[in-house]
Design a protein around this ligand. Sequence first.
Ligand code: CS2
Length: 482
Amino acid sequence: MPAELPRLRRSGGARPRAGIVHLGLGAFFRAFGAVYVEDAVRLSGGDWGIVGVSLKSAGTRDRLAPQDFVYTTVSQAADGAETIRKVEILADVLVAPEDPEAVLARMADPAIRIVTLTVTEKGYCHDPATGKLNPDHPDIVHDLHNPLPRSAPGFLVRALARRRAAGHPPFTVLTCDNLPENGRLVRGVVLDLARRIDPALGAWIEAEGRFPATMVDRITPATKPGDIERLAHKTGIFDAAPVLCEPFRQWVVEEDFVPAYGAGGRPDLAAAGVELVADVTPYEQMKLRMLNGTHSSLAYLGYLAGHETIADTVADPAFAAFVRRLWRKEIMPSFAAPEGVDLEDYAAALLERYSNPAIRHRTWQIAMDGSQKLPQRILGAIADNLTAMRPSPGLILAVAAWMRYVGGTDERGRPIEVRDPLASRLRALSDGAVTPTEKVGALLSVRDIFSPELAAQLSEPAGRAYELLCRVGARRAVEDLT
Ligand code: CS2
């Protein structure tokens, strides 16, 4: 820390009174949900301070505590303009592995009416291919028999059990992760775990609990040490935990909160620009396929082609043409757009967002956890195209690029640091096979990702795409397709 600079601090007064517990206090939620909630409180009031919970490490808490849990967001426009904002909505930060009891006690407090989550895809301990709880997940096995949990589903279930025992209504569970039908998914996982612990608890959650679906969108690259220093020099104040983000943001939320609290059950999200709708599915499908589907495609192919960020990748004309083709020919025809949304406009806006040179969003960062992301981002569109007899050569090339990527060696023979809960299994399958066809066959046999039907249909075209990637490299393969 530049020792001479003063530390960021609260503008004055006490911390806000908490109404929300948030599980998974990463950069995304701090640039997104926290900002919306703070806007809603500024405009309409209410006790909606947020208690952030880190489920793994103490790093975020340790950086935020000396500045009273205040931090800055830096929104970076394409022309280089930056909007710096101080966010003061965090009421506290807890670290679950240090003190799970404190987390449960907070979640059981009736002042908490909403629990929001950004625990990433793998945090739901589900099977990505089916969306159902994985009862063999080590954290779930632990949480089934221990009242002090480790997993996000475990904390939700054990906290809801305490509220039921105390005669309080449940909190609304508001998931903000990029999962298909995310509300339904988290509800299914919670009910399954609750029933295994106590069927009566499961029945109570089923009757009283609410799990609205959401569509969340704001590109938030990881903060690097250089960003922290640059901001300190620019503002003259040291913030150890700033978050960088793009100017764009969109939050669509299903209007389905725990009724017992009436109008006091949520902040005035509409005032803050949140779209409250009866059915989020069309928005969610649009965002997962149009944005996240092309993000992942560009991440694997771009990484293999030697591009460091998404902006670098789409600055390459071959990739810009490729992503336009993906949208128009393979993704847009695969789903029904939300009413009133023009998908051509949506795609054009996405390409502009990707091209923002101020946002250094690494292909490597987006490539993480592909086993948890592929089904909802890419495989769903391929499956729907297959049903409609529409070819998906670009999406299949992206799947083949993921297969190359998890093989762990890039096109120049250098090792790739693959981060994925299935990384070692995927690596072993790839290493254990010899020819491209055998490697593709081995990876398609992973049932956590590919259904047997899809695997059978992908085997031949993905084998060819993989072989092409090995022969001509990712950039040429992308160019050839367009
Ligand atoms: C990205 C997303 O890291 C990733 O996998 O695709 O985090 C993406 O930036 C956000 O969903 C944008 O809203």
